[in-house]
Design a protein around this ligand. Structure first.
Ligand code: PEP
Ligand code: MN
Length: 268
């Protein structure tokens, strides 16, 4: 099964890269990232408007104050946007400019949110909770499809293991398992899986080789000053290099990278 987000198609013969900052932090930061990742071949943009932070005192996202400039940057770049909803009320609130809803790892078990997303037509990127069995992840997807929305994209983002050297452990088993046993497109979030920027490109290549349908990668123009997840964000330069290598890996598996169809900065 393939799913369209804007002009991108996930789950078909081509590999799709979604890229952008963990959090939308300012108009400048989001524009620079959007323009940069598009230039390097990302098909879709990511960016958190509301953040699920472990600490309540950590940056919680810009929320509503970012809506207008996000719309502007989408129009300027022609990029479609994937963004997380952390609450049922936000589904309607951002429906005018978000092209696919992300359910974060912490909300994979939030069944009322999943049911709500099942009753609207936009694609849902369903992250696996870091402690969820594959079976629980697939049953969470059923909560969405049972409402009528079949447009679910599964996202493996690392699980908790005994290992502490990396943030989580990327479970490529889950990727190949979900590809074999479900019809949903399956993508990988290497950023939260490993949590260390210099290791992220390697997991991107491994995910492509394992048969994932795409990636969602955190990129920041200046990770050192990022308000969330700076330690795992790729700079625009490293993202560009990663994309060049990624195309070579995909070529070895007879796959192509799906690039955004419109040239940079043309409004579409
Ligand atoms: C994110 O994508 O920034 C995020 C919070 O991811 P996860 O829900 O996988 O932790
Ligand atoms: Mn993040």
């Amino acid at each position: 099964m393939s799913i369209n987000i804007g002009k991108a198609q996930i789950g078909g013969s081509e590999f799709v890269v979604i890229a952008g900052p963990c959090s939308v932090e300012s108009e400048d930061q989001f524009r620079t990232t959007a323009v940069g990742v598009k230039k390097s071949g990302a098909a879709l943009l990511r960016g958190g408007i509301w953040k699920m932070r472990t600490s309540p005192t950590a940056f919680q996202g810009l929320g509503e104050s970012s809506f207008e400039f996000i719309k502007k940057i989408k129009a300027e770049t022609g990029m479609s946007l994937v963004s997380e909803v952390t609450d049922i009320r936000q589904v309607e609130e951002i429906s005018g400019f978000v092209d696919a809803y992300q359910v974060g790892a912490r909300n994979m078990h939030n069944y009322s949110l999943l049911k709500e997303l099942g009753q609207q037509p936009k694609p849902v990127l369903l992250k696996r909770n870091f402690s969820a069995y594959i079976d629980e992840w697939l049953k969470a997807a059923d909560y969405i499809t049972n409402g009528g929305n079949q447009n679910v994209i599964l996202c493996e983002r690392g699980i908790r293991t005994f290992e502490t050297a990396t943030r989580n452990t990327l479970d490529l088993n889950a990727v190949v398992y979900a590809k074999k046993h479900t019809n949903f497109p399956v993508i990988v979030d290497p950023s939260h899986a490993v949590g260390i920027a210099e290791l992220v490109p390697h997991l991107c290549y491994a995910s492509a080789a394992a048969g994932a349908d795409g990636l969602i990668v955190e990129v920041h123009p200046n990770p050192r000053v990022a308000l969330s997840d700076g330690q795992q964000a790729l700079t625009l330069e490293v993202f560009d290099q990663m994309m060049i290598q990624l195309e070579k890996v995909l070529f070895a598996f007879d796959k192509k990278l799906q690039k955004h169809p419109n040239p940079l900065n043309k409004v579409s």
